[in-house]
Design a protein around this ligand. Structure first.
Ligand code: SF4
Length: 83
């Protein structure tokens, strides 16, 4: 699967499916998932820390990332999944 199709899949599944209960951790604001395929226009990088300028109304694909281990593309990421 190429990067664009990964992003399309992530956008589609996030509309209906929940975050896997096996997910643990917290976002470290690295911004990697905000720059995947294209740089999000709402991303503000300050001193190597990613700030979402629409954080309160961000779309499900951002709100739920990484929704599952299979959909997690970026590592290291503050989130991981327990077995
Ligand atoms: S890749 Fe992970 S740690 Fe980095 S901004 Fe996205 S969710 Fe947060």
């Amino acid at each position: 699967m190429n990067h664009l199709s990964e992003k399309v899949k992530r956008a589609a599944t996030s509309l209906l499916l929940p975050v896997d209960k096996a997910r643990i951790g917290n976002c470290k604001n690295c911004g990697a998932c905000c720059m995947f395929v294209y740089r999000c226009p709402f991303l503000n990088l300050e001193k190597h820390r990613a700030i979402c300028t629409i954080h309160r109304i961000r779309p499900p694909m951002c709100r739920k990332y990484p929704r599952t281990k299979a959909e997690q593309i970026h590592k290291p990421c503050g989130y991981s999944f327990i077995n």
